[in-house]
Design a protein around this ligand. Sequence first.
Ligand code: DP6
Length: 359
Amino acid sequence: MNTDQFLVKSELNFIDKATYTWQTPSNIALVKYWGKSNPQIPKNASISFTLKNCHTTTTIDFEKKEKSESVDFDLFFEGKQKEEFKPKIAEFFKRIQEYCPYIFNYKMTIHSENSFPHSSGIASSASGFSAIAMCLMSLEKELNSVLTQEFINKKTSFLARLGSGSASRSIEGPLVVWGNHSEIEGSSDLFGVKFPYKVHPIFSNYQDTILLVDKGEKQVSSTVGHNLMHNHPYAENRFQQANDNLTKISKILQEGNIKEFINLVESEALTLHAMMLTSNPYFILMKPNTLEIINKIWEYRQEKNSSICFTLDAGANVHVLYPENEKETVNQFVKKELSQYCQKNQYICDTVGLGAKKI
Ligand code: DP6
C-alpha cells in the first residue's frame, strides 16, 4: 500500500503562530465496518451517509517552539481541560507523527465541542478525529502551499482513519466509501473517497432521526468489538458479505431501488449486532427499547406503505432513515410513537450533509 505519498517530502516554510477551526460531521454507515487489522486497515469496505447537524467543532492554536522529542498539547473539551481524553489523542499523534513531523515543532492547544449532547451514545470519535486532522492539514498547507485540495482531503481522511476508522468517512459527503473495493473506482483501505457515481434523487437530502435510547457509556468499546472479530467463527463470511453488499448498494443507490435499500440497510444493522452476539466473549448493545422501536418501524412501514427503515451503530440508539418527502409524516410518528422509548424522550433530527466546513 502506498503510504509514501503521505510523507512530507518538501522543505517546509515554518510560521510562528496559526489558528484553525473546523467543523466536521458524524456519519452513519449503511454497510458496516466491523473488524480491522493493523494499522487501522478495515477487513471489508464500508459506506456511510455523512450527517449534517451532528458535528464536532475544533480549534487548534499552533505555537512554534523548539523541536521536541514528544508531542506537546493541551486539550479542552467544552471549555474544560480534559486529561482523560488525552491518552487517545496522544496515541493518535504517535500514529501520525511519521506523516506530520511538523507536530514536534509546535505547542498545540486544542479546543473541541460537539453539537450533540455529551454522552448521548453518539460516537464522537468520527467527527472528533476528522476535525483534528482537518486542522493539522490546514497547518500543513500553510507550511507547504503547493498542496492541492484533492490531496488535502485524501491525506486528512488518511490521518483521521489512524485516529478512528470511521473518521476517514467524515471529511466529505454525502456518501463516502472506505476500503478497497473492486467496483468502487479510487477506493482504498487507507482513506475514504466520495461515492464516485451519480446517485438517484430519492437518496438526496435523506433524513436520519437519531433516537437516543441509551445515553450511557457503552459497556464494550468499538475497539474491543473490532478485536473480537479475530478468531470469530463467522468473520470470513461476514467480510465477504459486506463486500458483496457494497456491490449491491452501489447499484441500489444509482438506480433508486428503495425496497432493496431498506432490506440491505436493515440486514447490515442486524448482522453487525449478530456479530456481537456471536463473539466470544459475547455481548449485547441493543436494549429492550431498541427492539420496541424496530418493531414499531416495521409496523408503520407496513401500514403506511412508507419507505422508512432503521440502522444501528455500535450501541442501543436507533437511526431512522427516510426520504425527504416523508419528513412531516415520519416526524409525527417519531414524536407520537417512538420518542417514548427514548431516554428523556430525546431524539435528534439530522439529514445528509456534505462534510467538513472551515469556520
Ligand atoms: C459500528 O470507527 O468507532 O460504527 O476504528 O476502532 O475507532 P475504531 O472504530 P470505529 O468503528 C465504527 C463501527 C461502526 C460501523 C461503522 O461506522 O462502519
